[in-house]
Design a protein around this ligand. Structure first.
Ligand code: ATP
Ligand code: MG
Length: 213
């Protein structure tokens, strides 16, 4: 496309991006929750939105299939960020990455004993980095969702997951024992597209930047 393609995931990122798009004068013509369309037009003939899995957004932008995208810091750390320019923290979809264990599990004692912890997570890179920096030995078990279940059925001692209100942890008798980092979503831009299509992309980046402040 000669215009701009923006990669978004549906759900909270799409919802929280709408006001930012509006500030840039862009209104998607459909809501992906209602429509099954994966390519959504907007009020601007030169701007379209593609709907992809949250964890696929950086890949679409890296390869230039989308010029821009919005992705959580969690997703960007796992992806690695190759080929991406990350000009803005949009301060949307805020939560935190944490370590949680079943209530009653003595995490500090297990860590001090030098026990090999079994940790289930979708976030292998972040977990490896976190425990590596602390010198804690872990066996990481990759999951794709519902991490909260793993310690309840003996798959793992602990999980690394995203938390916002903490109600999912609470409902599953888990407690947060370590705060790893604050998470929010970032605007990502294909580095080559930024050079070639700067006159189209820069006004959008500027409008997003102003809307965040
Ligand atoms: P998928 O459903 O495709 O497996 P996902 O579950 O990570 O992906 P979402 O739940 O829509 O997708 O989350 C998208 C992004 O929103 C995450 O990458 C993260 O940055 C952020 N996020 C996740 N959970 C929360 C939360 N509880 N509160 C606020 N932001 C969150
Ligand atoms: Mg989800």
């Amino acid at each position: 496309m000669d215009g701009i393609t923006i990669a978004l995931s549906k759900g909270r990122i799409f919802d929280e991006t709408l006001p930012l798009l509006a500030a840039a004068g862009i209104t998607p013509s459909e809501n992906p929750e209602q429509s099954r369309k994966l390519i959504i037009g907007t009020n601007r003939p030169d701007v379209q939105v593609v709907i992809v899995r949250a964890s696929d957004v950086p890949t679409y932008v890296q390869y230039g299939a989308a010029d821009l995208g919005i992705a959580g810091k969690d997703v960007l750390l796992e992806h690695g960020g190759q080929g991406l320019y990350q000009p803005l923290d949009l301060k949307i979809a805020k939560c935190r990455m944490c370590v949680a264990v079943p209530k009653g599990f003595d995490y500090q004692a297990a860590v001090q004993r030098g026990a090999r912890l079994r940790v289930a997570t979708k976030y292998l890179q972040t977990a490896r980095e976190h425990f590596g920096a602390k010198g804690v030995h872990v066996d990481l078990i990759k999951l794709y969702g519902s991490m909260e279940l793993a310690p309840l059925v003996g798959l793992a001692d602990a999980i690394v997951d995203l938390v916002s209100s903490g109600s999912t942890l609470k409902a599953n008798n888990l407690v947060e024992v370590e705060d790893i980092m604050a998470i929010s979503s970032r605007l990502i831009v294909n580095q080559a597209a930024l050079k070639v299509k700067r006159e189209l992309l820069q006004p959008l980046i500027d409008a997003f930047g102003k809307a965040v402040k």
